[in-house]
Design a protein around this ligand. Structure first.
Ligand code: 13P
Length: 273
């Protein structure tokens, strides 16, 4: 039996963390948790996520209809984006959206996080693609992120922010922290002359560690098209879904992104045979 009040308190606690860590300004960001097949708790729209108490939290169904909300509180304006994640990823129990400064800067510059530069980021995230820009609160953002959902546990939103999701609220929040830390390290190492990237073999060994840990969620280690040829390095391996950064990165291009998603799907199907 889910203790809704306990989960509402946890949402407030994560709201405090994203606010206190500067991952959101003013009333930005939103958080949701799946509590049953068709029930979700979510932050209300237009409040600072750093100062919420449990009575702020709204309850909605899978279509976004309000099941319970106190006073003038109404569900987040971005709830469609959260619901799309839950629809596409039955393993996901919590979603966090924030505007962390480094990750959002990369999203604004159009540079996905793909360079393999430190073990934790490679193990936890692999790469973080950028979903093309959509107007907040419309179906454009859910439509833009959808193609990445089966393959990644975090996505940058072009000119907007970042989205992370996982099988618990704490894990979804930790993904957001990992994305931001990765982006910050990448930013500073670029300023220092450019990061020294891991070799293909070093990445391969990190992916192997991820498999040994039996880590849940989606990750390039599980889908790299190169796996077909016995290679498992998803970073900078020349395959479009992997590590080419900068404006020419195919992850920024819709048709290529569709192609990547299709290739990845086929690889997974082949691996499951
Ligand atoms: P809400 O307050 O409606 O959740 O919106 C905040 C936000 O960051 C929109 O992107």
């Amino acid at each position: 039996m889910v203790n809704e009040f306990e989960i509402k308190k946890q949402i407030c606690e994560i709201g405090k963390r994203i606010y206190n860590r500067g991952m959101v300004a003013a009333n930005d960001g939103n958080i949701s948790v799946k509590i049953s097949d068709n029930e979700y708790l979510c932050t209300p729209t237009g409040v600072s996520k750093g100062f919420m108490t449990p009575e702020y939290i709204c309850k909605i169904d899978g279509q976004g209809n309000v099941l319970q909300a106190n006073g003038n509180f109404r569900p987040s304006s971005e709830i469609k984006m959260h619901l799309r994640v839950y629809q596409q990823r039955p393993d996901v129990k919590a979603v966090v959206h924030a505007h962390p400064i480094y990750a959002t800067s990369f999203a604004i510059a159009g540079i996905p996080l793909t360079q393999p530069i430190m073990p934790e980021a490679v193990i936890a995230l692999g790469c973080v693609p950028i979903a093309e820009y959509g107007t907040p609160s419309t179906e454009e953002i859910p439509d833009a992120v959808e193609k990445y959902l089966p393959y990644f546990d975090a996505v940058l939103l072009a000119n907007h922010g970042a989205l992370s999701y996982s099988d618990s609220l704490l894990a979804a929040y930790h993904k957001m922290e990992s994305v931001e830390f990765y982006a910050e390290l990448l930013y500073h190492s670029r300023a220092l002359g450019g990061p020294k990237e891991f070799s293909e073999d070093q990445v391969k060994r990190l992916y192997e560690i991820r498999r040994q840990f039996g880590m849940t969620g989606k990750h390039p280690a599980n889908l790299c098209p190169n796996a077909k040829d016995g290679k498992v390095n998803c970073h900078s391996c020349g395959v479009p879904s992997c590590g080419q950064s900068g404006a020419s990165n195919p992850l920024n291009n819709t048709s290529d992104a569709d192609l990547i998603a299709e290739i990845a799907k086929k690889v997974i199907e082949a691996m499951n045979k």
